[in-house]
Design a protein around this ligand. Structure first.
Ligand code: E4P
Length: 217
């Protein structure tokens, strides 16, 4: 499973990238706002740092304007994936932009039928939002499983990019279901390394080691 980092924070991306944990990056207008940076400048910086796909989102709502914005974003670097919303206009933009050879990430997916349409429109990635479904007492992981079944039934190439990941359990569950990619905030990816029994074990080993009076270095 590929790990994308869901942030426009260049320092946080660099830290994970140095460890080989970054297969790509996703951004959205809210993350650009949080970064306080210019979208074109920060996206270029991220594309220079990371070899994999970097999603940059259009903000137009009409297909023609989405296509124009998508072409401008795609011109930033060859590893841009143009992110379009899952609306009828977004699907039109997806069809045109993917036909021109650009990677397209269709975002804000909340149903299996939406995912089916995105695959037929040539999406490179479909982004179902797990956490936002959980927020309204639906099961975001059920949606990932449904899309996996549908895409496998018909051999669609569109990659399932599980988004709106809030917890480490979301990541393990998405891996078990067979999502192709997860995108998660840096803090969630880093917390995958934590376990209370690891901390407890280190504490005990340190206490026992001190009693030996030995040193390794
Ligand atoms: C990424 O592509 C999505 O925009 C992001 O994962 C949404 O996450 P949120 O629901 O936590 O804002």
């Amino acid at each position: 499973m590929k790990f994308f980092v869901d942030t426009a924070d260049v320092a946080a991306i660099a830290e994970l990238n140095d460890l080989g944990m970054v297969d790509g990056v996703t951004t959205n207008p809210s993350l650009i706002l949080k970064s306080g940076r210019n979208i074109l400048e920060v996206t270029k910086e991220i594309c220079d740092l990371v070899a994999g796909p970097v999603s940059a989102e259009v903000v137009a709502l009409q297909a023609d304007e989405m296509i124009a914005e998508g072409r401008k974003l795609a011109a930033i670097a060859p590893n841009i994936a143009v992110k379009v919303p899952l609306t009828w206009d977004g699907l039109k933009a997806c069809k045109v932009l993917s036909g021109e050879g650009f990677m397209v990430n269709v975002t804000l997916c909340f149903s299996a039928n939406q995912a089916l349409l995105a695959a037929k429109a040539g999406a490179t990635f479909i982004s179902p939002f797990v956490g936002r479904l959980d927020d309204i007492n639906l099961d975001g992981l059920d949606l990932i499983a449904d899309i996996r079944t549908i895409y496998d039934n018909y051999d669609f190439d569109t990659q399932i990019l599980a988004a709106s990941i809030r917890t480490v359990n979301h990541i393990a569950d998405c891996a078990k279901i067979g999502a192709d990619v997860i995108t998660a905030p840096p803090a969630v990816i880093k917390s995958m390394a934590s376990h209370v029994l690891t901390d407890k074990g280190i504490d005990q080993f340190m206490k026992d080691w001190a009693k030996t009076g030995q040193k390794i270095l």
